[in-house]
Ligand binder design. Structure first.
Ligand code: HEC
Ligand code: HEC
Length: 305
């Protein structure tokens, strides 16, 4: 009996450990660098939008870790949507794209903003016409793609650029080597608290998020500006489920939540404790978790520097 109990608790513990494991990131070595730079040019080219004013980088600037820090980003003609702009950094690792996970990968995602009437409001025909009229693009596409300029290849280059948006941090060094000297003591304490308060149950994997859907408002109902996963599946039980966001570079990617309603790291940690873990986290502990977040700010990738 005792052995069975021991065996059961051990396997449960192992399961929890496996499921919760946080993995380090490294600078990717699987990229075609010429495609990355072509993708970067497309990503920053506002001529891909209907009126020539908005590029992908308008809402996802690279040097501020892929977000514009606005509650609502501005699309063409100053229009705004209803949802906060998430970071493009580490999106290659997310198991689905968007807050509600409606696109399966970066390639499926990239066409969305170009034709979205609030964002870039363009047509695929216009984008092709423009790219085919630009000498730099004509040359680059002819070198890199046997079939030259097509919408698939445009999307491929953009997503190759996005795959380069990985920013290893001191925390990754710590995870890889176990060397505690790369972390401040208070950051290590913050990481322990992060585990103890159950944050790691949802924010785990290679991006400390991005690998599961979870309800916002587990312990206290919360109504944001979107029904989340319900918009995709139409199932009642998916209401208020969102893809858990990454916590990498989290001090840079405010405001927080899909509705951008919380601006300060302190406030979002307090909120998460209350709504997601069902706990009132003491002030000092919130501050330590916030210090832990400093260790998640990574080095900008070469393609951005
Ligand atoms: C007007 C602002 C705006 C523009 C322009 C824009 N985006 Fe976004 N982007 C957003 C918003 C808002 C979301 C979240 C939408 C949602 O979840 O429903 C998003 C989501 C994403 C995501 C998913 C990230 C995640 O965490 O799931 C990626 C990748 C992305 N955009 C790439 C691009 C690319 C590539 C372009 C250019 C072709 C682009 N964006 C143009 C605002 C913008
Ligand atoms: C039950 C799952 C769950 C737990 C536990 C949880 N979170 Fe979250 N967290 C989420 C979800 C889901 C979101 C996104 C909600 C949204 O977009 O509106 C989120 C968002 C966040 C954000 C904002 C990220 C952003 O870019 O908007 C931070 C910071 C955060 N959590 C930190 C924590 C901390 C710290 C803890 C522990 C005290 C914690 N979370 C516990 C599921 C969880």
């Amino acid at each position: 009996m005792k052995t069975i109990f021991l065996y059961l608790s051990l396997s449960l513990w192992l399961f929890a450990f496996e499921a919760n494991i946080i993995k380090p990131v490294s600078t990717p070595d699987d990229l075609n660098i010429r495609k990355v730079y072509l993708g970067k040019d497309l990503f920053r080219d506002s001529k891909l939008s209907k009126d020539g004013t908005i590029s992908c980088a308008s809402c996802h600037p690279g040097d501020t870790y892929g977000t514009d820090n606005l509650k609502r980003s501005k699309g063409v003609r100053g229009q705004t949507g209803t949802i906060n702009t998430p970071t493009t950094y580490h999106s290659r690792y997310f198991f689905a794209q968007f807050h509600d996970g409606r696109a399966k990968d970066l390639k499926e995602q990239a066409l969305g903003p170009i034709t979205n009437p609030i964002e870039m409001d363009n047509t695929i025909e216009n984008v092709l016409k423009y790219v085919k009229s630009n000498n730099h693009y004509i040359v680059q596409f002819s070198i890199l793609y046997p079939d030259g300029i097509t919408i698939d290849n445009i999307v491929d280059a953009i997503s190759e650029f996005e795959k380069a948006l990985v920013s290893p941090s001191r925390f990754d060094k710590y995870l890889k080597t176990g060397d505690k000297s790369v972390m401040r003591d208070v950051e290590l304490e913050g990481f322990e608290l992060f585990k103890n308060y159950g944050c790691i149950a949802c924010h785990n994997g290679i991006s400390l998020g991005g690998n599961l859907f979870q309800k916002l408002g587990v312990f206290k109902p919360y109504e944001g500006t979107s029904l989340g996963r319900f918009n995709v599946t139409g199932k009642d039980e998916d209401k208020y489920y969102y893809r858990v966001p990454t916590l990498r570079n989290i001090l840079w990617t405010h405001p927080y939540l899909h509705d951008g309603s919380i601006d300060k790291p302190y406030d979002i940690i307090e909120f998460m404790g209350e709504y997601q873990s069902g706990l009132e986290i003491p002030k000092e502990d919130i501050k330590k978790i916030e210090q832990f977040f400093h260790s998640l700010t990574g080095d900008l990738p070469d393609v951005i520097k």
